[in-house]
Design a protein around this ligand. Sequence first.
Ligand code: HEM
Length: 361
Amino acid sequence: MPDLYYSDYIELDKILNSQHPRSFESPEEGNDEMLFIIIHQVYELWFKQILFELDLVRHVFIRDRINDNSDDLSKVVQKLKRIGKILELINQQVSVLETMTALDFLEFRNVLLPASGFQSTQFRLIEAKLGLKMEQRYKKKYYKSTRRGSLSEADLQEVDRAENESTLKELIVRWLERMPYLTERFWKEYQHSSPVDRRNSPVDEQTTNSEDGEKHKFWADYREAYQTSLSGNEADRLAEFDNVFFETGRGTVPPAAMRAALFITLYRNLPIFHLPFELLNTLSEIDELLSNWRYRHFMMVRRMIGLRVGTGGTSGAGYLEGTLSQHYAFREITEVATFLIERSKRPVLPNALKEKVSFNV
Ligand code: HEM
């Protein structure tokens, strides 16, 4: 057997022979179409790696139990952080393409019609596997497979399948709902922080039974502390608090999962919550980095084509601006910050809970 050769191992021939600009034949008459093709290919390779990491993370959560203090959770956090680093990198790559001017782009724009990044199935799969659903998408009409410039029927079905498998968001919500931080035996010695007036409160009963999470003593105290923290023009927030944590939840995240996310965020200094907090924080970071990309891409598009329609037939910059405000997978997790209070005002946790160093969910 001959020794393995570098270019064979990474199949370099295939990659380096996959750039076929349509607007010129010889390098002497070349334009920026070469850069345009290469940069899209580089993006698609990184998208592939992101999907690979995402599938790995989803598989860890798909198992019935994951051990929060074992390698499982640290592996998940590490992979998600890697996704974040890739997103940072591809955000920076926009500047390389921005060395091309609007006139340079016009030299070859017509040859790619009606192809468009809109048809990047991998990008759609990333969004879908993170948890973005079709009904949440801005201008759903653009996604009809019969529309010129949209995804093909086969690609759309693949995205649809990804949406219907367990998305990362759904898996995270299930994990949060299972979080056993209210387990009764840790709360026996819990003292109310202050006498609480519970008129009009959905948390009027007092229990330390974890089955009754929303009626747990802790939440009665926290609600009280939150109410006290609100300034005069924020009085409506208490009703929102009740709604989010005890009634309907927020967006697609039910109240029990919202409570766990808030609890982890509040007490993230406890060793048991270090990794869970890192995890939630990284999800918000991924949302933010993706929206940074959307923003940079949108600004670049405005510079390249102004207000003209895209090659994929959308309204162009207008459509991209719409996705920027609407396409988030973990908005609810990020918005937990709305319901935080100062560290010193937090209810004091029972020692039994503080001392608990590991648990399985
Ligand atoms: C000259 C550079 C570029 C221009 C003028 C441009 C233009 C556009 C426009 C107008 C759209 C909206 C769909 C349409 O009507 O075509 C779009 C979507 C998109 N483009 Fe680009 N693009 C450029 C570079 C890139 C690059 C380098 C990537 C990297 C993969 C990319 C990925 C995407 C993706 C993923 C979408 C879908 C975004 C969404 O629906 O949220 N584009 N692009």
